[in-house]
Design a protein around this ligand. Structure first.
Ligand SMILES: [Zn+2]
Length: 214
């Protein structure tokens, strides 16, 4: 398929984001268990006034429809369980997706088990997709809660760093971490969390433009 490169940046399997998806072994869990899939081609609209979620489009190679990426999202209950790929609600075909290397190996090793069930599973899965996509989809981009993102990041870092420091102090001084160090981490990581949240808000997009569901 040819894409309008003046309008879109094209992410193919050679893009660093895509390469990361293929090579990171941890993502095999997302793929095989959760059914989170990344299409082989992603289009990012060249429009600086929109947030990343609004600029992301997924083309269907079968019918040529350029779908808003938000179609496959938590709010539409379509972000996960996409084991066979992304369902195109225009032509009913499956938009091809990347396969993580670790998933590939695991699928290869377990091939004799799932091979006998795959056709049955696939037709059942396709039926489910038809039902899911027959309902009206919410294509409005949810507001990015930067403060919540920042606070969760801060909490994770606080727990991780406190445990790390406790281990270091125990190994070097043979003592337990002091209450003072534990307490001082709370304001430090709260402030750091807000800073990271703000940064993510800036990176995520200039402003949130509301789009109307089509
Ligand atoms: Zn299609």
């Amino acid at each position: 398929m040819n894409y309008d490169r003046t309008k879109f940046k094209v992410y193919s399997s050679k893009h660093p984001f895509m390469l990361h998806w293929i090579t990171n072994p941890g993502l095999a869990f997302n793929e095989l268990v959760l059914g989170q899939r990344i299409p082989k081609v992603i289009l990012i609209e060249r429009n600086s006034t929109k947030s990343l979620a609004e600029k992301t489009f997924i083309p269907c190679p079968h019918c040529g429809t350029v779908h808003p990426g938000i179609k496959w999202s938590k709010q539409n209950n379509t972000a996960l369980r996409n084991w066979f790929g992304l369902y195109c609600d225009n032509c009913g075909n499956i938009i091809p997706c990347l396969t993580n290397l670790t998933s590939y190996i695991l699928l290869g090793l377990t091939f004799p088990i799932w091979y006998w069930f795959k056709d049955k599973w696939k037709s059942k899965w396709l039926e489910n997709q038809k039902v899911k996509f027959s309902k009206p989809l919410n294509l409005e981009v949810p507001e990015f809660k930067w403060w919540l993102f920042g606070l969760l990041w801060g909490l994770f870092m606080y727990v991780f760093m406190t445990a790390f420091m406790a281990l270091v102090i125990q190994l070097i001084d043979g003592e337990w971490i002091s209450q003072r160090i534990i307490l001082i981490g709370i304001p430090v990581w709260t402030v750091a969390g807000f800073a990271v949240g703000l940064m993510a808000k800036i990176l995520n997009g200039k402003k949130q433009v509301k789009t109307v569901a089509q």
